[in-house]
Structure formats: structure tokens, C-alpha cells
Design a protein around this ligand. Structure first.
Ligand code: CTP
Length: 212
């Protein structure tokens, strides 16, 4: 039985009460997990903080908070996975130091020094074995295709799911999405606006095609 997994946003702690996060709801990742389960896959879902719930009871959910925790969980599960879909909105930067106590207000500006997080998808791409399918997402605001192809190639992906914030029907917290799938051969499939469940099925069908 195939095993696959992926994920939503990450929270990077600033102090015990504050964090750096983003607008991702995780809806797309949960929809893909459910679709893959319905298609017969044994699914492990590594999830950042999200209010979403799997509709399929057999999805094995692993909750993480930060990019570093997500990386750790992905490294454990990627080894045995036939496919991995990385839909998480992973923070690119995290505070260099986490204050142990709540940062108090002062009269001057506050600067928080940030360091880069590890790119999880690139790390998995470098470890990918023959036969494993690795899928990434690119949410872009400009030069969409150019940026998506760069990520596809740099992260050693089998295909990338591009969505643009310029498209009505795509974006955060929506129930619909509009995607373009670009594969390694740079073959491009443009889909119309669909529900996230339907989009998830399109993505799963492409994975199944590549696993055959
Ligand atoms: N990603 C990841 N680890 C990170 C950042 C991104 O695994 N630290 C993954 C995302 O889950 C997504 C893909 O890489 O599948 C592209 O993410 P995106 O944020 O669009 O691109 P970046 O590579 O972070 O580049 P930029 O933010 O400059 O567009």
C-alpha cells in the first residue's frame, strides 16, 4: 500500500506569546490527503497549525508547529513514501533567537533578527530515490510560470502545482483554487477554477499516472 504525506502553515516563535505565521489555512493539503485515502493510499499527513480536520478517518496526522519540526517529521516519513506532496506554506525565516520571556514594550523600535529556515522540499528532492514522486506548490504574484519552473528544477520535483494570487478563485482560505500543473518535461496543463476537492483529485490523478 502506498504511503504519502504533506502539510499547512508553520508558526515561528518570537517569544512565549508571539509568532511569525502566514495566511495559509491548510485546506488544500487536507483535501489532497482525503483524496489520496479515497483512492486507496495509506496517508500520513504532517500538519502545521490548522483548524482543518481530515474527512477520512484513516489519515494518520502528525502535528508540528515550526519549519524545523516539519523538516524533522518529513525526513522520518519520506524514506518509505512512494509520493510526497508538499503544500505547506513553510516560513522562509525564523527568529535567530527566541526570547524566553514575553518581550516588553519599549520607547524605541523593535528589531527581530531572522535567519533562514531549511528548505524542506529541496532537502527531500536531494534525497529522492528512483520511483519516488515529489510534488511541490508555488503560489506566485508575478512572473508565475518562470518562478514555478525555477522551483520545479531547483527542488528536483516531478511536478509543481502553480497558483497565482492574481486569479479570482485562487488564494488563501478559499474553497476553490485555479491551478496549472507543470511537469519535469515542462509539459503544462491549465485547469479551470474548481473546488479544492476537485483540484485535489486532479493532483492525485497526476501522481497515480507517474507512479504507474
Ligand atoms: N518549501 C519548503 N520549505 C521551505 C520553503 C518552501 O519545503 N522552507 C516548499 C513549499 O511547501 C512549496 C515550495 O517549497 O511546495 C515552494 O514554496 P514557495 O514559498 O512558493 O517558494 P520558496 O522556495 O520559499 O521561494 P520564494 O518564497 O522566494 O518564492
Amino acid at each position: 500500500m502506498s504511503k504519502r504525506y504533506w502539510l499547512p502553515p508553520t508558526y515561528e516563535a518570537i517569544d512565549p506569546v508571539r509568532f511569525i505565521g502566514n495566511h495559509s489555512s491548510g485546506k488544500m493539503g487536507f483535501a489532497i490527503a482525503d483524496q489520496l485515502t479515497k483512492l486507496g493510499a495509506d496517508v500520513t499527513l504532517v500538519s502545521g497549525p490548522s483548524a482543518q480536520k481530515s474527512k477520512q478517518a484513516s489519515v494518520q496526522r502528525i502535528d508540528v508547529t515550526s519549519a524545523a519540526e516539519m523538516l524533522e517529521a518529513c525526513l522520518v516519513h519520506f524514506k518509505d513514501a512512494n509520493a510526497c506532496v508538499m503544500s505547506a506554506a513553510v516560513a522562509d525565516y525564523t527568529p535567530k533567537e527566541v526570547a524566553q520571556q514575553k518581550i516588553k514594550k519599549a520607547d524605541n523600535n523593535l528589531n527581530i533578527e531572522l535567519k533562514q529556515t531549511v528548505d524542506i522540499l529541496s532537502t527531500l528532492g536531494a534525497q529522492k530515490k528512483n520511483g519516488q514522486v515529489l510534488v511541490g506548490f508555488a503560489l506566485e504574484t508575478n512572473d508565475e510560470e518562470k518562478n514555478a519552473i525555477k522551483k520545479l528544477q531547483m527542488k528536483n520535483l516531478d511536478f509543481i502545482v502553480l497558483n497565482s494570487l492574481n486569479d479570482d478563485g485562487a488564494g488563501f482560505k478559499k474553497d476553490t483554487n485555479k491551478i496549472t500543473i507543470i511537469d519535469k518535461a515542462l509539459h503544462k496543463t491549465v485547469f479551470p477554477v474548481k473546488t479544492k476537492d476537485e483540484v485535489a483529485l486532479d493532483i492525485c490523478n497526476k501522481i497515480i499516472e507517474l507512479l504507474k
